[in-house]
Design a protein around this ligand. Sequence first.
Ligand code: MN
Ligand code: MN
Length: 316
Amino acid sequence: MQWEVKIKRDRMEGEEERLNEEDIKTIEEVGAISFRAIDKAKEMAKPGMKLVELADGVEKFVRDSGFDIAFPINLSVNVEAAHYTPSLMDERTIGEKDVMKIDFGAARDGLLGDCALTVDFSGENQDLVEASNNALENAVSMVRAGAKVRDIGKEIERTIKSMGFSPVMNLGGHGVGRHDLHADLFIPNYDNGSDDELEEGKVIAIEPFATTGRGMITEGDTCEIYSFNGEAGVRSQGARQVLAEISSKYPSEPFAARWLSNIIPSKFGLYAAIQELVRSGALEPYPTLIEVSKGLVSQAEVSMLVEKDGCKVLTK
Ligand code: MN
Ligand code: MN
C-alpha cells in the first residue's frame, strides 16, 4: 500500500526511534508472515473466486498466526493501481484475464510489513509483470546507506521503459516507521531530482508500478479503506457505534469497511455511518486509485532494512 497522494498524518510525528535488536527480530517475523500471506493469496486466487473470500481468508491467516494487520489486503485489478479492498458482501469475482495486484502486510507492536506481487491470470501480460519485478530487483540491488532516492527512481524508470511500459509517476516507495506506513521518505519510480538519501537502520518499502497507460493515477469513485483521524461529534447512533469500535480497535492502522459488519450488519447502514464519519472529519478515506488512461497496472514491492553496504529484505 502507499500514500503519496495523501497528506501525511501528523499524529505520530516525533516518534523517530531506532529499532533495537528485539525490534529487528520482530520486524523480521512480521516481514516473513507478510510474504507468506501474499504468497498464499497467490496460491488461493483462481478465476471465478469471489474477491471477498480471498481477502477474508488471507487476513484470517495472518490473525490466526498471532499477528495484527498493518492495512486491509489490497486486491486491485487491471486499471486499479492500488487501494481496492472488497466491500461488505462484495459480489466481484476474479476474471479469466485479470491482472491482480496483491498488496498486504502484517503487524506486531506497531512494526509493519508491506509487500506486493502481481498475478496475471491469462498469462498474456507476463512482460508487464516482469517489468515491475525487474525494476524492483534492480532497485533493491542499489539500496545501501547514502544511496540517493532519485538514482533508485531513475533505475526503476529505465528498467520499465526498456520493456516498453511506463512507470507510474505519482506512486512510489516510502519509509516505514512504527505505526506509520508513510514515514517521511518518498522513493519515486523516476528521477524526481530529490537529494534525499537512504539512512542506515531505517526500514523502507520500494514499489515500482508499471503500466501500459500514461503512468499517472487518480482517485476513483469507490472507497473501502479508511483510517481514524480523531474524535468528532456525530449524531446518528450508527456513526457513534462505528466510531467507538474504530477508536478502540483500529486507532492507528487503516481498516476496511467490511471489518465493521459485526457493528452494523446492514450494508446500507454501515456505509451511511461511514459517510457521516468522513464528513465529520473523524475518518480519512483512501479511495481506489485508477490509472488515468485506463492502462493495465502491475506492481512489485518488498520492505527492507537499510544497511551500511546493502540491505536486508524483510518480506521474504
Ligand atoms: Mn504495499
Ligand atoms: Mn507500500
